[in-house]
Write a protein that binds this ligand. Structure first.
Ligand SMILES: NC(=O)c1ccc[n+]([C@@H]2O[C@H](COP(=O)([O-])OP(=O)(O)OC[C@H]3O[C@@H](n4cnc5c(N)ncnc54)[C@H](O)[C@@H]3O)[C@@H](O)[C@H]2O)c1
Length: 249
């Protein structure tokens, strides 16, 4: 990198987002840590700074467009530009419910965070990247964005929506220097997949997967860093499964 590049990572207080914020900082990016969870965000900032990296936390609710606009503005005020973004803030919502039985408020909450939230992020990131000569955005979908996931109707709808939005925007901005792609993680070991009541089923699913284990957050971070690198200059509008062949069979 010729000058210090700037990364913006949502969901960076925990799990995949935190691991990716750390990876950006290790690669030399000044990194904005964006999340609703203040304690976790401050902790990520400290972890990065203690390792010699540059980061700052901005509290933000990605389901709220104004809050996202403010987070992008704060990032540019602090670091002057925006080169890379990873939109990972997400919730699993109420799981285990048939799609037809899902409560309206549960459905809307999942769509608000997992789909609308990613759109809010993308739209403000794109505007800034166009001002500073381009950039790369990676949206976090899921294998549930590539195929059906029973009893996860709202989550599955939102993650498919992220893939559709990524493809549309990937086409639109290809000539303007903004590359937009998505990653679709398989089952990754984070707080989202570590609740006590889900333990048994998660272990069974991991065991039944081609690789026989859950992935680690760092294994998604590696793919995101690649998609934001010059090496991915011809990769636009793709949804890339990072799932150890889960969706290959
Ligand atoms: N863990 C998995 O197996 C897995 C698989 C596929 C996709 N994903 C996706 O990866 C992303 C990260 O998940 P994770 O497993 O690291 O989960 P996690 O629960 O560890 O982290 C999610 C983070 O998002 C933040 N967040 C939630 N709602 C927010 C909001 N409205 N505004 C700002 N921040 C908000 C949370 O505070 C948390 O820090 C999610 O989009 C998830 O759907 C996870």
């Amino acid at each position: 990198m010729s000058e210090t590049e700037v990364a913006f990572v949502t969901g960076a207080s925990s799990g995949i987002g935190r691991a990716t914020a750390k990876a950006f900082a290790e690669a030399g990016y000044s990194t904005a840590i964006i999340d609703l969870n203040e304690a976790g965000g401050n902790e990520t900032e400290q972890i990065i700074k203690q390792a010699g990296g540059e980061a700052f936390f901005v509290k933000c609710n990605t389901a709220d467009d104004d809050s996202v606009r403010n987070a992008v503005e704060e990032t540019v005020k602090r670091y002057g530009r925006l080169d890379a973004a990873f939109n990972a803030a997400g919730i699993d919502g109420v799981t285990g419910t048939m799609t037809g039985d899902t409560a309206v408020e549960d459905w809307r909450r999942v769509i608000d965070v997992n789909l609308n939230g990613v759109w809010h992020c993308m739209r403000h990131q794109i505007q800034q990247m166009l001002k500073n000569g381009g950039g790369a955005i990676v949206n976090c979908s899921s294998t549930a964005g590539l195929r059906g996931a029973a009893y996860f109707g709202a989550y599955c709808a939102a993650k498919h929506g992220v893939v559709g939005m990524t493809k549309a925007a990937g086409i639109e901005y290809a000539r303007q220097g903004v590359r937009i792609n998505a990653v679709c993680p398989g089952m990754i070991e984070t707080p989202m997949t570590s609740s006590e009541d889900m333990k048994e089923i998660i272990e069974q699913m991991a065991e039944a997967s081609p690789i026989g284990r859950r992935g680690q957050p760092e294994e998604i971070a590696g793919a995101v860093l690649y998609l934001c690198s010059e090496g991915a200059s011809f990769v636009h509008g793709q949804a890339i499964a990072v799932d150890a062949a889960l969706t290959s069979r």
